[in-house]
Design a protein around this ligand. Structure first.
Ligand code: HPA
Length: 234
């Protein structure tokens, strides 16, 4: 149906959760949705549609990095009519005050560049989360007892970063954490009149070098799925 998604029209819900990892999409759909059906497996990028409390939901992998996310988000929005897109993923903390397992709700995201740079040109566009989703996600995360941070993050193009001087500036300016997708998701959502949010769990710490133990990863991922679903339908 599109170059990267084989679902038929009508097989994708208006609410889409976007984990980076396609196997996480499968786990989340099988764990949290009723009647989940696989609607895409082109290039191994799995997507599932089912219902949550009677509401149609699609959970689809985004892949890693903004160019990959941009492909899926563009096709989900323009061809399939997605309206609410929530990234659920991990991030690396950049502040001492942020701890492993904490939940970060990204109000905005700083970048060096996004795939939208070509149309923004000299404009330093400030990608912004949907406030209603953010507020609802905060309520949901607080009810789970999560330690929550709301603020700016950094969407990087590289995982293996060789510019520690940039991290220093970001830390000085209060950036909470680094990941690799949110800025382009927010930009595309704004362009197409959609709602978007990134719900992130801190999986590693750039300053203390701690990492989330493997046994905690599934539980914190599950919490993010619930926070995203509760935010979407609150
Ligand atoms: N860098 C970029 N993306 C990430 C990181 C990181 O350290 N941790 C989790 N996602």
């Amino acid at each position: 149906m599109t170059p990267h998604i084989s679902a038929k029209l009508g097989e994708i819900a208006e609410t889409v959760l976007l984990p980076g990892d396609p196997l996480r999409a499968k786990w989340a759909a099988e764990t949290f949705l009723d009647d989940a059906v696989c609607i895409n497996q082109v290039r191994g990028m799995l997507g599932f549609t089912g219902t949550w409390k009677g509401n149609p939901v699609t959970i689809h992998g985004s892949g890693m990095g903004m160019p990959s996310l941009s492909i899926y988000a563009n096709e989900l929005i323009s061809t399939y009519g997605a309206k609410t897109l929530i990234r659920i993923g991990s991030c690396g903390a950049m502040q001492e005050s942020v701890g492993i397992r904490d939940v970060i709700l990204a109000m905005t995201s700083t970048t060096l560049s996004t795939p939208s740079r070509g149309i923004m040109r000299e404009l330093n566009y400030a990608p912004c989360a949907d406030y209603g989703l953010l507020q609802a996600a905060h309520t949901s995360a607080a009810s789970k007892g999560s330690k929550i941070h709301v603020g700016g993050i950094y969407s990087s193009d590289v995982f293996y970063d060789e510019r520690p001087d940039l991290n220093e500036q970001m830390e000085r300016h209060g950036i909470l954490a680094v990941e690799m997708e949110a800025a382009e998701l927010y930009t595309l959502a704004a362009r197409h009149g959609c709602r978007a949010l990134a719900v992130l769990t801190v999986s590693d710490h750039l300053k203390t070098h701690e990492a989330l133990p493997a046994e905690d990863r599934e539980r914190s991922f599950g919490d993010m799925v619930e926070i995203a679903l509760e935010a979407a339908f609150r």
